[in-house]
Design a protein around this ligand. Sequence first.
Ligand code: AMP
Length: 185
Amino acid sequence: MHLSTGDMFREVKKSDKVIGKLLASGQLVPDEIVVNMVKNRLTKDDVKKGFLLDGFPRTVKQAEELDAMLKVENIKIDVVFFIDVRFEEAVKRIVGRRVCSCGASYHVTMLPPKEVNRCDLCDKELVQRNDDKEDIVRDRLSVYEKQTKPLIKYYKKSGSLIGIDGLNSESEVFERISKYIKVVV
Ligand code: AMP
């Protein structure tokens, strides 16, 4: 089961202005709120066969809280992927991203849809996430440097970190990650 805290907050922001403001400015949602949301999500039946956390944890505090909640359930983190992409390349990739409400994701030059700004899967109009605008992206990446980067050391220490060179081709990155993921239906 793919669990993206970003997707969850994009849903929450429809009815919560405070969360909406944090997302729009590229700042992180406070640890306590994120941790409680994930804790609650991990009680659902659909994660019992395994799950992949995307965008979480993003601070050392969140990682510690995750360890504590998994310990209670006797679950061990199998692997942590660190997809390494240098700053300016990350800016280029994020700024060019276009998304569809059906969940599909494109890039204006690296993965363009067949018809400009239309989803190949459902024909709806593609949009740029507000926080994918360049000035916000630069703020998000500086938040990453300060608050998320320390997690590399944290997971290196625990022996679960798998480093992946994100500058390799899409298929190489996909292949390398796939080696560690078993799809259970
Ligand atoms: P993402 O889709 O992962 O890029 O997340 C979009 C936004 O949601 C982030 O910029 C944060 O504002 C918020 N968010 C997502 N995951 C987390 C997290 N683990 N901790 C704090 N804020 C988060």
